[in-house]
Write a protein that binds this ligand. Sequence first.
Ligand SMILES: [Cu+2]
Length: 165
Amino acid sequence: MRPSRFVRGGLALLLLGVLLLALGGCGPRRGATAADETTTSSPPPPAAPTADGSYAVGMAGGRFEPPRLVVPAGETVTFSNTDKVKHAVLPDVADQGGPNSDEEFPKGMKPGDSYQWIAPSNVAVGTILAYHCRYRGGPGDGTTVGTGMAGVLEIGPAAPPKPQY
Ligand SMILES: [Cu+2]
């Protein structure tokens, strides 16, 4: 009788283990994965154009906002220095067609200055044009966002024609 009790004990332990696996292994892990997707995803999701269809990037508090923006070729992005200090928008990789506020503001963008850049149509959809601020940021390698005050523009597919009302 001893062996059979032993077997039954083992079976109970096995069942307990399966139960713990089902509860501890699966349930919480599913929740953790969902949490990971929302907390560890970098760069942040691309921002949409503003209500009037324009694209804007703010410069304040040592960061570009939004730090990542998908812009269809031919669309204009307005970078506005809404801060109390100077900023600049410089391409991480020169001659890539990215924004360069030095062309208009070689000594930096003062508070209140705004710089407009038109997304080039001679680059492929999905091209990343990374930029940074000379004063509070550093460049990435051209495909990654730089350090500190830095941002990324991604060339999106051409925008559908605006509805006529
Ligand atoms: Cu800056």
